[in-house]
Design a protein around this ligand. Structure first.
Ligand code: FNR
Length: 188
């Protein structure tokens, strides 16, 4: 089956290596997945004061999450956790109480960092947050991509064949995961 996948990049940096990784994943994904970025950059900082009147940018973000078949998180690790901008975006989509856009929304997590255990701890934090938000997550394969200077170009071209193969497998597995998650009947 064909699926719409929204991807969220956890970094706001103009030279983000996670943006490069996301572009690589778009290129390497199987053809039944249509990937589109769901941007988080323009979201203000969330508070529940907004619950009675979400700003347009937050409504757009939330609808984009709700309207997609699955969400792919491509994120750096900041201080062994997820970037504040990403947590803020997830908070927006999860509220007001009872209108959480992540409920039963399949997701997957991947990230890159120059560090040897790059993004592993941050990804665990993200998994805790997504678990609370009731998003079924792909458990395996895990993907901790150690970034080296020329690993992925600006255009998303991966220079190392073994990494390209691994990323391709990751997306094929994600497609299978979405298929299974979307075909299990939702209880009435
Ligand atoms: C980092 N970096 C980092 N790397 C890591 O592997 N573990 C970490 O905990 C942190 N912590 C951290 C905090 C902050 C505030 C910054 C700015 C950076 C380094 C980080 O991996 C590197 O800057 C990457 O380039 C971030 O990914 P993007 O933003 O380029 O996609």
């Amino acid at each position: 089956a064909k699926f719409e996948v929204g991807y969220v990049i956890g970094s706001l940096a103009s030279q983000s290596i996670n943006r490069r990784l996301a572009l690589a994943l778009v290129k390497l994904a199987p053809s039944n997945l249509r990937l589109r970025e769901i941007p988080i950059r323009d979201l203000p900082l969330y508070s529940y004061d907004y619950d009675s009147n979400y700003p347009e940018v937050a409504n757009r973000f939330k609808s984009a999450i709700a309207d997609t078949d699955a969400v792919l998180f491509v994120t750096p690790e900041y201080n062994r956790s997820i970037p504040g901008a990403l947590k803020n975006a997830i908070d927006w989509a999860s509220r007001p109480y009872g209108q959480n856009a992540f409920t039963r929304k399949p997701s997957a997590v991947i990230g890159t960092s120059p560090g040897l255990i790059g993004t592993a701890v941050g990804q665990q934090h993200l998994r805790t947050v997504l678990g609370f938000c009731d998003s079924p997550q792909m458990n395996a394969p895990e993907a901790y991509i150690q970034f080296t200077p020329d690993l992925i170009g600006d255009d998303g071209e991966v220079s190392r064949e073994s990494t390209a193969e691994f990323l391709k497998t990751f997306m094929v597995e994600f497609s299978g995961f979405i298929e299974r998650a979307r075909t299990v009947p939702v209880p009435a």
